[in-house]
Design a binder for this molecule. Structure first.
Ligand code: ASP
Length: 309
């Protein structure tokens, strides 16, 4: 079997702090989180591990970092609760697992993975999903582990804005987030993983694009692996992950054209966001139509990069 040069790309959400509010200290903290997540996935790939294990490792690192909107530090619903969505997909055989609206597991991506590996289903939601996570012994954390003052303030500001009738100021950092990773491994296999707390002040029960296979998360060795971030309703309606696959598969587009095309098309509709994607040749695409997207990647040259704006 031919050997491929592994590549890895990840995002920490398109809901970046605006340039105006970004301080050197904050920027350093975000870059450190991105670098740690990149290192976690790279270690797996460098040891000859599977793309699926690499994206799981990178996403776990971002879930554990309270700066990012997934796992610890997930944003709050309008009721002040946290409901997390996650999914992953294996490009080898399109096996996939997802959870929606869960609370408790330290690493929602492990819950998604367990759905894939230990059930005959693709997605579990709500109470049933929470019970499943407990039954199989996933690490469960208390409320104060997940809750951060920054997310409480963000919810308070958003509820105040709504109550005052003021126009949405479009401050993406207050509303968005999500983390995700895509990888190509030494054996030529692709995988994608995505995890999120969703959008600040979302209605309890709302499910975004991240756990929807073909929307926020998608992988098929024949084409690409995609993990998205942004206004999830648009990413569901335009089936973004699958759309990129279809443009490559049926229209012969390359990864960059297919992925930047759909992200550009969403912008005028109000679908702000971006994605990270990798194809079977190891090409990486990181398009976004928002002010920034926390991202990190290492291509075939082995040089790690992080970027925000
Ligand atoms: N896409 C996520 C959602 O809609 C949120 C985000 O990426 O900002 O749940």
């Amino acid at each position: 079997m031919p050997e491929f040069t592994p590549v890895l790309a990840l995002h920490g959400g398109a809901g970046t702090m605006s340039r105006a509010r970004m301080t050197p200290e904050r920027e350093a903290a975000y870059r450190a989180g991105l670098n740690a997540a990149l290192a976690a996935g790279r270690a797996v790939l460098a040891a000859g591990g599977a793309a699926l294990d690499a994206v799981t490792a990178s996403v776990m690192a971002l879930e554990d970092d309270p700066l990012f909107n997934a796992g610890r530090g997930a944003v709050l619903t309008s009721a002040g609760t946290q409901e997390m969505d996650a999914a992953l997909m294996d490009g080898r055989d399109r096996r996939a697992g997802a959870v929606a609206g869960i609370f408790g597991p330290r690493n929602p991506i492990l819950a998604a993975r367990a759905v894939m590996e230990r059930t005959e289903h693709v997605m579990l939601a709500g109470n049933g999903a929470n019970a499943f996570c407990r039954e199989i012994g996933l690490e469960i954390m208390p409320v104060d582990y997940f809750l951060t003052p920054a997310r409480q303030e963000a919810l308070a500001r958003e509820l105040e804005r709504r109550a005052s009738g003021a126009a949405d100021d479009g401050d993406a950092a207050r509303k968005h987030g999500t983390v995700g990773a895509v990888a190509l491994d030494r054996h030529g296999h692709l995988a994608a993983a995505t995890s999120t707390g969703g959008m600040t002040a979302k209605l309890p029960g709302r499910v975004g694009d991240s756990p929807v296979i073909g929307a926020g998360t998608f992988a098929d060795d024949a084409t690409c692996a995609v993990s998205a971030t942004g206004h999830g309703e648009y990413f569901i309606r335009y089936a973004v992950g699958h759309e990129i696959d279809a443009r490559m598969r049926w229209a012969g587009q390359d990864l960059a054209t297919a992925s930047s095309g759909i992200i550009a098309e969403l912008a005028p509709l109000g679908g702000s966001g971006g994605l990270v994607a990798v194809d079977r040749t190891g090409a990486i695409a990181l398009p976004f139509n928002s002010e920034g997207m926390y991202r990190a990647w290492v291509g075939a040259d082995g040089v790690p990069h992080t970027a925000i704006f």
